[in-house]
Write a protein that binds this ligand. Sequence first.
Ligand code: MRU
Length: 369
Amino acid sequence: MKIDGKPHRTIWPAPDGNAVEIIDQTKLPHRFEITRLETLKDAAHAIKAMLVRGAPLIGATAAYGMWLAMREDASDAGLSNAYDRLYETRPTAVNLRWALDAARTKLSPLAPTARADAAFALAGEICDEDVEINRSIGEAGLAVIKDIQSRKKPGETINILTHCNAGWLATVDWGTATAPIYLAHDGGIPVHVWVDETRPRNQGASLTAWELGNHGVPHTVIVDNAGGHHMQHGQVDLVITGTDRTTRAGDVCNKIGTYLKALAAHDNGVPFYVGLPSPTIDWTIADGVRDIPIEERDHREVTEITGRLPDGAVATVTITPEKSNAANPAFDVTPARLVTGLLTERGLAEASEEGLLRLFPEMRQANKD
Ligand code: MRU
């Protein structure tokens, strides 16, 4: 997408060929900074400290991390060490495992001397594929938006609520939840987005609002607790979120708070859609609440908040009593029964095992194994 009129992806090989460059998302929306990743350690740090985040971008960064690692040590031991170092960075987004497995499968049979080049090529393929997938998710979501518009609000603005950042910053480009929004906006359909702030890290307020604003999409930031109110008052036509891992039965794991939005949507008859790239499907599990590992993050994300002071300096302040405990589960699971539909690169799927298998029939056999 464009920043100040210039097209950008979220990750790309450095022009000098010696590193990968990323947008440091911990600095947004106050500063736009590009950071170089030169080593396996840099890539692992970027994922763990959330300089990059969002399930597809975590996968893409891990793929480039394997390239950086292979330049340092392309032996079998080096390959296995790189896999483990990157795998342990964040537990919930399954795209990480998907990308690392793809790299290991491709690199293991090769001679060590061939591994770095192959890893670099694979990372580029994963990035290009992600862009295509998200564009296709956008087409599937655009059809849903057009349908709602023609049935319920011809010529009127369609109000879409989203949670966290499942925008282009969370992917290589386009975003999953935002791709339908960008396509609708660019195609002349009037859209307005309710942006959940998404405490504790405020990915909505900091990142989604920033990218929608850069693209000129009308939006309003709301506190996480306001969504139900807006739904009750008929001010939300549909919800679109992303996902970090969706089980083969259609249970959707996403940023903490997504489940409450799905409950409120269900209670108010508001359709609840999820942008789901196929690398985010975990075909190995069915029950999301039981089987998806939920990342517990640093409690200071809850007890502190960061923002810009009037003089432009960025500061972090404490907002809780010094002795209060805090808990910080980073994701929750929305059961399939609350999901109206899954927007995939192959079209709209019902949130069920049969619904997903209808679009991905090649997984029928794998599922039986
Ligand atoms: O902790 P984060 O910022 O990595 O969480 C991101 C999300 O929950 C996104 O909604 C999800 O990864 C989908 S991204 C297209």
